[in-house]
Write a protein that binds this ligand. Sequence first.
Ligand code: SAM
Length: 254
Amino acid sequence: MQAGAEAAEATYEAMAPVYDSFTAHHDYEQWLTELLDAVQRHGLRGSRLLDVGCGTGKSFLPMLDRGWEVTGCDISPAMVELAKEKASDRAELCVADMLALPRFGEFDLVWAIDDAINYLLGPEELQSALEGMRDNLAPGGLLLFDVNTLLGYRTFCAETVVVEQGGHRLKWTGLARSDTPAGSICEAILTEEGGAAETHRHRQRHFPEPEVRDVLEQAGLKCLAIHGLYTDGILKQPLNEAVHTKAVYVARRS
Ligand SMILES: C[S@@+](CC[C@H](N)C(=O)[O-])C[C@H]1O[C@@H](n2cnc3c(N)ncnc32)[C@H](O)[C@@H]1O
């Protein structure tokens, strides 16, 4: 396993029990509606979804409710276990590393959303992951993923935030700086306070837009659209790395 994947697995194995509390404020219903609108504009057909880095299921459960057939995978067995509890037998879920993605089948939509790609630590890793996703696309199928922008790293990943939710007190300490350069690897520490304090270390990399475009091409994918996203979850164009906290890419096989 590559270093980035190993670090991500260790982080999410430890973080799984508090993940839903830490992200409780994310409005997935609204966000997924925006993402679906974005792929529908590019001729989305069918309703088979592969959710790569599915975590505890937040990125696919609303899709089940919308009648989609879902397969999901994640590198962390603990995250997949929680997703299985929520989905029961309504989705096919397994542990898999996106750097060695199995061919699960043919999907109309393959996505890796809310941070999964950021844990890849360089363009070679990004290319391997995108090639694996490409090989799971049905003819005409669409790929969608997000990455943090420079503003995302320079703000949230440079700040200390305390979240109290579901009986947990969680402190996020971003170790990035307000002038962190493009293409950097940034770290953040998540600490559970009270009781036996536990620490989870996140290592994420910034992928600048020209680099992502280049890697998409190398991976045999055509970039169809790039959107910027601010914390309101609304997609905007054009992407502005100084204004948006996430970039959302839509692609298909070249
Ligand atoms: C912030 S969580 C997002 C989970 C889910 N998509 C959501 O929206 O709630 C990022 C997920 O990516 C997963 N991940 C990171 N690196 C991965 C890799 N190499 N292969 C598969 N999953 C990975 C982590 O285990 C984690 O569950």
